[in-house]
Design a protein around this ligand. Structure first.
Ligand code: FRU
Length: 516
């Protein structure tokens, strides 16, 4: 059993026990970062959904707080589902969330802090007007969920929110509906939709926010539109369980968002992450003027194993999101710099040559895919590897020369050998090779935390997250290797820096944790 305990993470957020899914209502409020999350207090599988709650002063160390909201009204009897926070101009906070009713109808509800002066936001009051929204005509009762953070439209002195849905009469289109409200109690459905993409099915957890095309700072959700600003529309595709985003232009007057590149539209183009990552949500952090992204990392083992270990799921390390000014066509994601406070004991390597077909151990003890051989790769790192490499996860690149002579670079995770223990091999862990194209090679970072690997290639143009279940490559046994499985080229790692990561505390809040 201790084997299963080992896999808890040291700096990725997870509840003390039981099931977690989507991040909810992330926000910064009076000195504290708040994270709420879909939480089953009773078991390590989905069900019984409440809002778990934790706070942090730095997005790295977390305090668990009591559950914020439970199903206690007819309008959320079947679950307090996903929602978002909006900070109002006077500093108060409005929380909108989806309730699944006793009859399994999806409705939107309003909640607010019982005491707006409590920075910990411990107690929540549900509005007497709930539900504030029910599925409109033409929308099925189970296709109406996950309200966004509201954005303010000054010309109307009103707010708008988006809600994901689908339209089966229009070629199984995923859609985002937009509502206008001035008081968060009564709402008007705007004509048309914010956007719709045929064939993509139900859009869960829609996120909609501005990005600056000119500066490396984040924008508040209500930032003015105009030159130098584009809008990101993201939806979580219930059909394929991935988070897709697209960059485009938003016009409040027509209630329309138009993607820059229709070929890369929502659900058919770019993904935040090419691994295990879903139901993400951003918020604007006024302290560091950045937009921060949270994503849910599910398990790839079986429900049976989750029940045995008593917990399931992690959240990603929060990521800063910026428009990529170099390409002009994608976002850049990077772990929040606060995480660097956990770094210690760094080691630097330069100009390590990795001859074709070799594996080079890096002398540092750290807490079909890559094994294939082509002329130009794969090459990269073996992480969470044991000494004899029976257990390993490869994070690697390979080049493909197409018939016209051009070369493309692929960036991948190979989970096929991440666990070698027979008991786990039998436990039907899903292992796969994740990959995506990246433009050029430079500036990769990798975060390895016992049972999760998050990789950021090209300064964050392409990201991949994997859940892994090492059995011998744990703690002192986890080693790092460079490998080059190319048959035709020697590779030189020009520079490589490795940090040991300290543990972040993630523990219950106590009297001594005074508010500064
Ligand atoms: C996404 C999701 C949301 C829903 C919540 C329920 O993972 O299905 O659409 O609100 O989870 O837990």
């Amino acid at each position: 059993n201790s084997m299963l305990l080992w896999q808890r993470t040291a700096f990725h957020f997870q509840p003390q026990k039981n099931w977690m899914n989507d991040p909810n209502g992330p926000t910064y409020y009076r000195g504290w970062y708040h994270l709420f999350y879909q939480y089953n207090p009773a078991s390590a599988v989905w069900g019984n959904i409440t809002w778990g709650h934790a706070v942090s002063l730095d997005l790295v160390h977390w305090f668990y707080l009591p559950i914020a909201m439970v199903p206690d009204h007819w309008y959320d009897a079947n679950g307090v589902w996903t929602g978002s926070a909006t900070i109002l101009p006077d500093g108060r906070l409005a929380m909108l969330y989806t309730g699944s009713t006793a009859e399994l109808v999806q409705v939107q509800n309003l909640a607010f802090p019982a005491d707006q002066d409590d920075p910990l936001l411990l107690t929540w009051v549900k509005s007497e007007s709930n539900p504030v929204l029910v599925p409109p005509p033409g929308i099925a009762p189970k296709d109406f969920r996950d309200p966004t953070t509201a954005w303010y439209v000054p010309s109307e002195s009103a707010w708008r929110i988006a809600i994901g849905s689908k339209n089966d009469s229009q070629r199984h289109a995923g859609i985002a509906l937009v509502y206008r409200t001035s008081d968060f109690l009564s709402y008007e459905l705007l004509p048309g939709v914010l956007h719709s993409v045929a064939g993509t099915g139900m859009w869960e957890c829609v996120d909609f926010y501005p990005v600056s095309t000119e500066s490396a700072t984040g924008l508040d959700t209500s930032a003015a539109t105009g030159p130098g600003v584009k809008h990101v529309l993201k939806a979580s595709m219930d059909d394929d369980r991935n988070d897709y985003y697209a960059i485009g232009t938003y016009e409040a007057a027509t209630n329309a968002w138009v993607p820059d590149d229709p070929e890369k539209d929502v659900g058919i183009g770019l993904r935040y992450d090419y691994g295990m990552f879903y139901a993400s949500k951003t918020f604007y952090d006024p302290v560091k003027q950045r937009r921060v992204l949270w994503g849910w990392i599910g398990e790839t083992d079986s429900e049976r194993t989750d029940l045995r270990k008593g917990w399931a799921s992690l959240q990603t390390i929060p990521r800063t999101v910026l428009f990529d000014q170099q390409t002009g066509s994608n976002l850049l994601q990077w772990p929040v710099d606060d995480v660097e406070t956990l770094r210690s004991g760094s080691q630097e390597f330069s100009n390590i040559s990795i001859p074709a077909g070799s594996v080079v151990p890096l002398d540092c003890s750290t807490s079909g895919g890559a094994a294939g051989r082509g002329v130009l790769g794969p090459f990269g790192l073996l992480v969470l590897a044991d000494d004899d490499l029976s257990e390993q996860t490869a994070v690697y690149f390979y080049f493909v020369r197409s018939t016209d002579g051009s070369i493309s670079t692929h960036f991948c995770h190979d989970e096929l050998r991440h666990a070698c223990h027979p008991a786990l091999l039998a436990a039907d862990i899903v292992k796969r090779v994740y990959g995506s194209l990246v433009p050029v090679l430079d500036g990769e970072t990798l975060s390895v935390d016992h049972s999760v690997i998050e990789s950021f290639a090209q300064g964050g143009r392409t990201c991949i997250t994997s859940r892994v279940y090492p059995t011998s490559a744990t703690y002192g046994g986890g080693r790092l290797f460079l490998f080059n499985n190319a048959t035709g080229v020697d590779v030189t790692a020009k520079s490589l820096k490795i940090w040991q990561m300290g543990s972040a505390f993630i523990r219950p809040f106590s009297e001594h944790d005074s508010v500064s």
